[in-house]
Design a protein around this ligand. Structure first.
Ligand SMILES: *[C@@H]1O[C@H](CO)[C@@H](O)[C@H](O)[C@H]1NC(C)=O
Ligand SMILES: *[C@@H]1O[C@H](CO)[C@@H](O)[C@H](O)[C@H]1NC(C)=O
Length: 556
């Protein structure tokens, strides 16, 4: 039996480590996935792979409010970290089965590092003396903030506040080189600049301090004011890319796994580098932090004077200055390119499909299918991510939401010759099929990662690539015009990410009990796509599907 066939037989893939005894050891599928989906990709991480999370607008309007909020948030993350450090994070379950918790251990104290052909992710938490500092960036200037006292206890909210104030007071000028913007560039370009940058000893130490920090907090300058209607769109853009070089794009280190963003104008959220983890662990952390912040008040504690947070110095030679200018230009083009729409669908939430014994997720996926069909009179390859965390180190599988059944439903929905009862039956059937596919995917029976495994094995064995991978239909099927994910949370927030293909949409949603938060993105340069238009079709589709089910149940 060939090694390839043997590996195919011995699924699930997660358990494949070192099966091929007499050749190079077989990598874990999760490693292959991390490399091919993230670390090998040469596209900028900002916007192309790093998601943003938009939190509800906070009620502060000034720097005191901003710093008080940031101080509480930092304390909340440290509270979460204490569960990581003591390995007391409760295990999560899905359908009664325990899930792999590894991703939670990868998001703090880690950073992506650019390489000439492939990047790596370093986790600095492993080791005898794990770092005890975070980095804070304000007006494009980075600071090291030690967040533990000498006895090992975390700083109190009050202490953190004072430290943040010191940072603020010593970074009042904005006319500094926004060195962080380099991290938003194409990976090869950034990789080259990186090697130049760290030739200088001071720069190297500063970069290391950022990379090794537990996480980063970006104290953002106010963004241009917009109408209430546009507010969440603007904040989503701020979380995804910072709004451009004039605004906050230089106030980031995009390689950093976790960056919390707190604006002076009450905007807040985060962005994270996707390679080490999926969305759900991130929003679980957000839920914990939000809970913590509700519980915690600022109490005046007796102050032991703390040292001034250290400002990180950078020496910028002319060559790096040029790189920064290029990165700024590139960022401005990217920021201009992305259209982000946050839709708060307020007519109902996940309670409604549940009351009709339908899976809210499958219901929303069918609404997306209907919206797309109404806009384009055709369907398209649709990707919905599904968790593989039932397996050790499992990442994601994809559910293809476009099925024969979904197409039958979307076609019937606007067909006047069809009765409502027939339409409802087709919807029910499409939802059932979607549920089945989801069940298969999370149990390791999906096809996408299986195909990736076959492809990677052929590449590593240096055998010729099986013909299917060269087939045009294979490429067409993998051109996901709709790239979607449900990321649910207790907090009224929404995650957002860019489209997967130039003529596609990125759609993330968080179904709450009585409303649904959506974020829809598209590229402005593509004439065929329009995030606002699709959002409108989506809203109408959700409303029409509700009307349909209500009419049918009335007549029964
Ligand atoms: C920061 O500056 C403000 C205004 O000048 C001052 O009131 C405050 O005490 C300073 N904070 C610290 C910690 O130095
Ligand atoms: C969405 O709308 C609901 C209902 O009006 C409201 O309670 C909620 O705060 C809104 N959420 C966001 C993120 O705007």
């Amino acid at each position: 039996m060939s090694t390839l066939a043997m590996c195919v037989f011995l699924g699930p893939w997660m358990l494949l480590k070192s099966i091929r005894l007499n050749s190079t050891p077989c990598l874990l599928l999760s490693d292959w996935w991390m490399q091919s989906a993230y670390l090998d990709s040469r596209m900028p991480v900002a916007m192309y792979t790093s998601p943003g999370v938009v939190l509800p607008k906070m009620h502060f309007q000034d720097r005191q409010g901003q710093m008080r909020f940031a101080a509480k948030l930092i304390a909340g993350v440290l509270d979460f970290k204490s569960m990581i450090d003591s390995e007391t994070l409760p295990v999560e379950y899905l359908g009664g089965k325990p899930l792999c918790m590894d991703q939670y251990y990868q998001v703090l104290t880690s950073c992506r590092i650019p390489g000439p052909k492939r990047d790596v992710v370093m986790n600095y938490a492993i080791g005898k003396t794990p770092p005890s500092h975070i980095t804070v960036v304000h007006n494009f200037q980075f600071f090291v903030l030690d967040v533990y006292n000498s006895d090992g206890s975390p700083l109190t909210v009050d202490q953190i506040y004072v430290q943040l104030e010191k940072i603020w007071n010593s970074s009042l000028q904005t006319n500094k080189e926004p060195v962080g913007i380099l991290t938003s560039n194409h990976r090869n370009t950034w990789g080259k600049a990186y090697n130049n940058l760290i030739k200088d000893k001071t720069n190297k130490e500063s970069v290391r301090a950022i990379q090794k920090s537990i996480f980063t907090v970006c104290l953002d300058a106010p963004m241009p004011r917009v109408s209430d209607e546009m507010y969440h769109n603007k904040v989503a853009a701020q979380m995804l890319h910072g709004g451009g070089s004039r605004w906050n794009s230089g106030n980031r280190w995009f390689d950093k796994t976790l960056q919390f963003i707190v604006g002076e104008d009450g905007s807040c959220g985060l962005t994270y580098e996707h390679a080490p983890a999926e969305g759900p662990p991130i929003v679980f952390l957000v839920d914990h932090v939000v809970d913590y912040m509700k519980r915690t008040e600022m109490v005046r504690t007796p102050m032991i004077p703390l040292p001034m947070p250290q400002k990180l110095r950078f020496n910028i030679p002319p060559e790096i200055k040029k790189d920064i200018e290029k990165a700024k230009q590139n960022m401005n083009i990217m920021a201009h390119e992305l259209d982000v729409r946050v839709l708060n669908f307020t007519h109902y939430g996940r309670k409604f499909p549940k009351s009709h014994k339908m899976s809210p997720d499958a219901f929303i996926q069918m609404a997306l299918q209907l919206a797309y069909y109404r806009m384009y009179q055709t369907c398209c390859p649709t990707y919905e991510s599904a968790s593989l965390r039932m397996f050790r180190l499992g990442r994601t599988e994809a559910v293809r939401s476009t099925t024969t059944e979904s197409l039958q439903f979307t076609k019937a929905m606007d067909d006047p010759s069809k009765h409502n009862s027939e339409k409802a039956a087709l919807l029910e059937k499409a939802i059932k099929v979607h549920r089945e596919h989801t069940h298969m995917a999370i149990h390791g029976q999906g096809i996408e990662r299986h195909m990736l495994g076959l492809k990677m094995m052929a590449i590593e064995d240096l055998t010729s690539l099986p013909e299917i991978f060269m087939d045009t239909s294979f490429a067409v099927a993998a051109h996901f015009n709709l790239y979607t994910s449900q990321v649910g949370s207790k907090t009224d927030c929404v995650m957002c990410f860019g489209p997967m293909v130039p003529d596609g949409y990125g759609i993330c949603y968080n179904p709450m009990d009585d409303h649904i938060n959506f974020a829809v993105t598209a590229f402005n340069s593509c004439e065929e796509t329009n995030a606002m238009k699709l959002s409108q079709f989506l809203e109408d589709s959700l409303l029409d599907m509700k009307t349909l089910l209500e009419q049918v149940s009335k007549t029964q």
